[in-house]
Design a protein around this ligand. Structure first.
Ligand code: SF4
Ligand code: SF4
Length: 248
């Protein structure tokens, strides 16, 4: 990379919450900007055209035929491509449409004009182009973004936790949701969020994607032993992890 690497931000189907997290870096964003040149970032500056760059951060999932063509052009113009957030990395909540009839989601999203719009199954970026790194989460953790970006700019392979959210959860001192008679996907989900949702009183939905070597058989046994119906487990699993061919 040159003395001042060029970085760019692009978005596909998603809520743009991950780009907002980057903007929320505030003073640290100014520090980052002193080291890089931002060539495209529609969320915070004018213009959003595809520009040649060293690192492209791409948010959102691919859901329309023209998305794949635009994503390939971004890939062709970027030395590194980073999937930013759950929709880009694992398909995320957008994949819920993949379990509905096309007529149904067209009508729900576009109303009576549904047939006017091109649309299709939601997919993560890696189903279309090579992805060099990912920053997981819904939304991403801004501190993790800063760390991964620094590692990329230093030419290192970014590190992500390879253990499940339960490790974070124990460190946070939470009571396990299963002990409270509730479900939780922390047992198979990649850590790094500090078990944010459990700490706030909810359960893990799996937004950071499956941990490498997640033991689905053991997870299924835990769900069965706790007495949850196959349907309830499937619904929870599909919320973020619908693109995976795995089933719990
Ligand atoms: S609440 Fe969820 S994340 Fe925490 S220990 Fe239990 S299963 Fe793991
Ligand atoms: S607890 Fe689970 S759903 Fe919540 S932020 Fe962490 S990985 Fe995502």
């Amino acid at each position: 990379m040159g003395a001042k690497p060029k970085i760019a931000f692009y978005d596909f189907a998603g809520c743009e919450g991950d780009q907002l997290q980057v903007a929320n870096l505030e003073e640290r964003l100014l520090e980052l900007l002193s080291h890089v040149e931002v060539v495209s970032f529609r969320e915070v500056m004018t213009g959003g055209d595809i520009e040649p760059c060293d690192v492209a951060f791409v948010e959102g999932s691919v859901t329309r035929p023209e998305d794949a063509e635009r994503l390939r052009r971004i890939r062709d113009n970027s030395a590194y491509l980073v999937a930013l957030g759950a929709c880009a990395a694992i398909g995320g909540v957008n994949c819920l449409k993949n379990f509905m009839e096309e007529d149904v989601y067209r009508e729900r999203v576009y109303g009576s004009q549904g047939r006017w719009f091109a649309t299709g199954p939601a997919r993560p970026l890696r189903s279309v182009v090579a992805v060099d790194a990912e920053i997981p989460g819904c939304p991403i953790d801004k501190n993790e973004f800063a760390r991964v970006t620094k590692e990329l700019l230093l030419g290192r392979t970014p590190w992500l936790p390879d253990y499940p959210v339960c490790v974070d959860c124990k460190a946070a001192g939470n009571v396990c949701r299963f002990d409270l008679g509730r479900m939780c996907l922390g047992i198979i989900t990649r850590a790094g969020c500090g078990a944010a949702c459990v700490t706030e009183g909810a359960h893990c939905w799996g937004c950071r994607g499956m941990a490498p070597k997640a033991n689905l058989d053991a997870a299924r046994q835990i769900m069965d032993r706790a007495g949850f119906s196959r349907r309830a487990v499937q619904d929870l699993f599909r919320f973020y992890l619908g693109d995976t061919s795995a089933a719990l």
